[in-house]
Design a protein around this ligand. Structure first.
Ligand code: SAM
Length: 227
């Protein structure tokens, strides 16, 4: 699966793309992540401006329509694989696990990261992107939101996780859409806190039943909206 990230700060992704599961997925060519500098589509003047003041007044600057549309069009043409274009904005549809699963079956996602006060409205009118928000709060830019989406989607690409079943029980995931059960590892006891006996019993049926109950209880207490 290919991601194209359009941003004014391509270097922000440096460390993120080389570490952990994502770094390994890139190394193994399970995913390809390309960064594109929006400023390369700015007028060829010393400061290469991509932003300007909003018509009608008001604070802050807006990213202009011309460099943005030209950049997205150029990126779309870089590969013949059909792409979904996603514009990151706090005003978009809220990203969640179901959406991550839907994105994970696409072959290519173009992620358009805003800065300042966001984009000129004509970017949406012309490019018709899917407008996606990562939550009801305002970030300084779309880069962290793009990383979040890449992170959630990449772990769903077959082969990325060591154990193919390990995302089935994840909270919100296809297994049950509720919260995951509590988990423990060694030691068996620490400062008087013991691992529940059932998990040491070797009785796989009983363990599965206990985990199921714990998942439900936890969801009831923390996120009853999911039940
Ligand atoms: N003035 C905009 C508004 O009120 O809707 C917010 C602009 S925000 C400071 C700058 C950029 O950060 C946005 O264009 C967007 O790309 C990104 N951003 C901020 N919050 C976001 C969120 N919750 N989800 C996705 N992207 C977000």
């Amino acid at each position: 699966m290919r991601f194209d990230i359009i941003t004014l700060f391509p270097d922000l992704f440096d460390g993120y793309l080389t570490q952990g599961l994502l770094g390994k997925a890139i190394e193994r060519n399970l995913t390809q992540i390309h960064r594109h500098d929006l400023r390369e589509f700015a007028p060829n003047t010393p400061h290469r401006p991509v932003d300007d003041k909003p018509f009608g007044g008001g604070p802050g600057m807006l990213i202009q329509v011309e460099p943005t549309v030209k950049c997205v069009e150029a990126v779309r043409e870089k590969d013949t694989t059909p792409a979904r274009t996603i514009l990151l904005t706090p005003q978009g549809k809220r990203f969640d696990q179901r959406m991550a699963e839907d994105f994970a079956v696409s072959e290519r996602l173009i992620l358009l990261c805003g800065r300042y006060e966001g984009f000129d409205q004509r970017v949406t009118e012309i490019l018709q992107p899917e407008e996606i928000s990562v939550g009801d709060f305002v970030l300084n830019g779309g880069e962290v939101a793009a990383m979040l989406i890449v992170d959630a989607v990449v772990r769903l690409i077959p082969g990325v996780l060591g154990d193919e079943l390990s995302n089935i029980d994840d909270s919100f995931s296809r297994g049950n859409r509720i919260l995951e059960f509590p988990q423990y590892t060694r030691p068996r006891e620490f400062r008087g806190h013991k691992v529940p006996d059932i998990l040491l019993s070797g009785d796989h049926q009983a363990i599965a039943k206990w985990r199921d109950e714990q998942s439900r209880l936890r969801t009831e207490h923390r996120r009853s909206d999911l039940l």
